[in-house]
Design a protein around this ligand. Structure first.
Ligand SMILES: [Cu+2]
Length: 318
């Protein structure tokens, strides 16, 4: 009597157990099959080009992630992530990295095909996430990698300080990181760059006065694209010194019309009475001293970074 219900229950329990096991196993076996499938088919990875604070004041000179591991057959899609212009450029074997030349089509425009051959010159062209840079810019650039090896690329605008590395391994190799792991690392790096930029901004405020304007600053990776202080008040006959206290980025101090060649100085800074006056390209450490000999409000800008908000005003009082 006691065995009967047990005998009846056993297959019943077993069936429930098997059914619940099946429901547990089914999605597991399906998803592991999906992962295995995914691992054997080529992937497209994403790398961010540049980074910035929401007000564009702080610009990051970085490819994020800067190191990426892919397999032969995979693609990398670089996405413009800043108002500051950058490029993704693989140099040909033995080719030197030259200073940025804003008139060189080899630097400005896309070069090379869609599959990287492992040794030739490939260039994305100018990349930015805005369309008012003054260049013909692109938002993304994709290359397929078929040759295994370690390949370094640069931004031709920012030179040696802005580089990235692609590690291409044989098809089927286990990936050391997932895209979401790279993305988390990228977010962390982006926040660090903004923090570094804010610290430089704070330091610039401490150095600045009505007679000394910090015309941008940077630590090579985090760049402050602002004049500090952007609005100043001086008296007739006073001089103001603009200083680029950075390590990497050039800037200009430009009153009046933007010159066609931003590299060349315009006007006489010893006797400014309004009109066109430009420092020319101010490299890190350069100073530009202006004597204001006219009462009024004079707007100026950095001809390279004005579209990010790098503008200022000097009010000259009697
Ligand atoms: Cu600038």
């Amino acid at each position: 009597m006691t065995l009967k219900p047990k005998n009846h229950q056993r297959p019943h329990l077993l069936r429930i157990l098997l059914a619940s096991l099946a429901t547990l196993l089914l999605p597991l076996s399906l998803s592991s099959a999906a992962i295995a499938d995914d691992e054997n088919s080529p992937r497209t990875w994403t790398v961010q080009v540049g980074s910035e604070s929401s007000d564009q004041a702080i610009q990051g000179m970085a490819f994020l992630p800067s190191n990426i591991y892919v397999n032969a057959g995979d693609k990398i899609k670089w996405e413009a992530n800043s108002a500051e212009i950058h490029t993704v450029t693989f140099l040909a074997k033995g080719q030197p990295l030259k200073p940025f030349n804003p008139f060189d089509p080899q630097q400005l425009n896309r070069q090379g095909g869609t599959t990287y051959d492992g040794h030739s010159y490939y260039n994305s062209g100018i990349m930015a996430n805005v369309s008012n840079t003054g260049f013909k810019e692109v938002e993304h650039y994709t290359l397929k990698f078929t040759h295994t090896g370690t390949f370094t690329y640069y931004c031709v605008v920012h030179g040696m300080v802005m580089k990235g590395t692609v590690h291409v391994r044989a098809a089927g190799t286990d990936y050391p990181f997932t895209q979401s792991q790279y993305d988390r690392q990228t977010k962390k790096e982006e926040r660090k760059i903004v923090r570094d930029g804010e610290m430089q901004w704070e330091a610039a405020r401490k150095q600045a006065s009505n007679h000394k304007v910090i015309a941008g600053t940077d630590n090579e990776t985090a760049m402050l694209m602002r004049f500090v202080h952007h609005d100043i008040v001086v008296h007739l006959g006073d001089t103001v010194t603009f200083v680029n206290t950075g390590m990497g980025a050039p800037h200009t101090v430009t009153f009046g019309h933007e010159p066609a060649d931003v590299f060349a100085p315009v006007g006489n800074p010893k006797n400014f009475k309004g009109g066109d006056l430009s420092s020319g390209l101010m490299e890190p450490g350069d100073k530009f001293t202006v004597t204001f000999n006219k009462v009024g409000e004079f707007d100026y800008l950095c001809a390279l970074h004005d579209y990010m908000g790098m503008v200022g005003e000097v009010e000259v009082r009697r």
